[in-house]
Design a binder for this molecule. Structure first.
Ligand code: FAD
Length: 475
């Protein structure tokens, strides 16, 4: 079978769908979205049962369809903040979004199909249910919506040996297996490990029955700074604190001390150096709960779990048959090196504005619809790899701010950004007259130019100390 299409989008996760949605809203084109998974939604199909969005639903998903009802939660650790969809809700949302796109007649969504690459008669895809190969004749572009595909607990393989008799479960299996453990060893440094610990604490496991094996300590945002709509002033406050710390920072350590002192970032143990930054967030209540866990092992990554001990990079610690080990070591977001987003016959979706994956994919769709020249498109959308460590923060922030500055001189683009439901600042104009918001805007405007310059220099200093794998695409 030969399929003809203007765009072939590989990946029906959040970014592939957000791109297709924004593109067909602006251009009369045919788009085919394929995914090897059996339904749209990407990694959410394999998410752990108690996962929720980290950020409010209000600015997640595709531009044309609201997720949730912009409710403010009244109870629980998210009390006072905008609702965050559960994994099931995100999954159902993307099914609906894909269905609505299909109904436009402009979008075809083929799940259970794998992209194999370019063949002699166009792009080759395989129907995974029959094994049949099909050619896709692409009139305009192949869109790679899987370049940043992350590694998630359900699909990754534990990168260490597990001896017979030692009990290891992925976080997905924790609820089913929890009762069989009398104590728990949670393996991993990031948000998934924090979620596993929070789930145990919420299910009445005493903190002294949890051992947390953390190769690195992480910085977390305070969730209060990611509240949109009526609370958008808090987002502006967070950004203004970033700018102030960036403008004044003497070096990376000083930068993170300033971000912590201002309440912008927090670490679970303030007495221990944190080197990991993945852009994840916790509420003050979650943080307080996690701080109850005192048995933290910091001996590097796990090498081997034996029946009676865990062997790590820099030592070992005891374990036993009654300990349930919970694997939270999957990488999560993929901080692949930057590559131009727009090229001849090709688009590679990546981060542009920090911490806004759906917004960025939709933005690329809008720019694809209204700009012709790849150099111009790349000027407006320079790639900005996900951060992994504190050294990545200056590059990520200064690149975001420089790029946002370029959007301001493009009226159509600025108008689209201002209206987009995926833009976390969209309600700012409605609140601009409030004194507290004015204060944060003034702080931001006072510091932003100096912050861009200072952070650019800190990034260059880091690059000079040569970290392998750093991006070579500059903006
Ligand atoms: C637990 C978790 C919670 C998160 N919460 C938030 C949040 O609250 N807010 C936020 O902004 N971000 C969040 N993120 C980050 C990010 O927004 C999401 O991960 C987002 O869903 C990623 O979408 P994606 O399209 O980039 O990738 P994916 O969801 O990984 O989709 C890529 C798709 O490509 C498909 N694919 C790959 N290769 C091929 C091939 N050769 N042929 C066909 N198909 C292929 C895969 O099957 C996959 O479905 C979260 C991430 C995780 C892991």
């Amino acid at each position: 079978m030969l399929i003809n299409t203007d765009y072939l989008v590989v990946g029906a996760g959040a970014t592939g769908l957000a791109f297709a949605d924004a593109l067909v809203a602006e251009a009369d084109v045919e788009v085919t979205v394929i995914d090897r998974r059996e339904a749209p939604g990407g990694h959410w199909l394999d998410a752990y049962p108690f996962v929720r969005l980290h950020t409010p639903s209000a600015f997640y998903g595709v531009n044309s369809l609201a997720l949730g009802e912009d409710r403010i939660d009244q109870v629980g650790e998210n009390a006072g903040y905008y609702e965050r969809a559960t994994g099931d809700e995100v999954f159902e949302y993307f099914a609906e979004a894909a269905g609505r796109l299909t109904k436009t007649g402009l979008v075809r969504v083929l799940t259970g199909h794998e992209h194999l690459g370019a063949g002699s008669d166009g792009e080759q895809i395989r129907d995974l249910s029959t094994g049949e190969l099909h050619d896709v004749a692409v009139r305009r572009k192949v869109v790679d919506a899987r370049y940043l595909e992350g590694s998630i607990p359900a699909t990754h393989t534990a990168p260490f040996e597990v001896a017979p008799g030692a009990r290891l479960v992925p976080i997905n299996d924790l609820p089913a297996a929890a009762e069989s453990g009398s104590s728990y060893a949670v393996l991993g440094s990031g948000k998934t490990a924090a979620d596993a610990c929070s789930w145990l604490l919420d299910n009445d496991v005493q903190p002294d029955r949890i051992r947390w094996i953390r190769p690195r300590d992480a910085w977390f945002h305070d969730r209060s700074h990611f509240q949109p709509l009526e609370q958008v002033g808090a987002i502006m406050e967070g950004i203004s604190l970033d700018a102030e710390a960036g403008a004044d920072a003497a070096n990376i350590d000083d930068l993170f001390e300033r971000l912590e002192a201002s309440g912008r970032l927090a670490r679970i143990d303030p007495a221990w150096p944190a080197t990991m930054y993945r852009g994840t967030m916790l509420s003050a209540r979650e943080l307080a709960a996690l701080r109850q866990i005192e048995d933290v092992v910091r001996l590097g990554r796990v090498r081997r779990i034996e029946a009676d001990r865990i062997v790590l990079e820099r030592g070992e610690t005891k374990t036993g048959p009654d300990v349930l080990h919970v694997d939270c070591t999957a990488l999560g977001l993929n901080n692949a090196p930057a590559t131009p987003i727009f090229g001849p016959g090709r688009i590679v979706l990546q981060q542009v504005r920090h911490l806004s994956p759906c917004f960025n994919a939709a933005l690329v769709g809008f720019i694809e619809a209204y700009r012709d020249d790849d150099a111009d498109k790349n000027r407006l959308c320079p790639p900005n790899p996900y951060a992994s460590s504190i050294e990545d923060w200056p590059r990520m922030m200064s690149r975001t701010w420089r790029t946002e500055g370029r959007w301001l001189s493009e009226p159509d683009l600025s108008a689209w950004v201002a209206k987009s439901r995926l833009n976390l600042l969209r309600a700012l104009p409605d609140h601009a007259a409030e004194p507290s918001v004015q204060g944060t805007v003034t702080r931001y405007l006072t510091h932003i130019s100096a912050a861009i310059e200072r952070l650019k220099r800190l990034d260059e200093d880091t690059a000079l100390s040569v970290r392998p794998g750093r991006s070579t695409v500059r903006s």
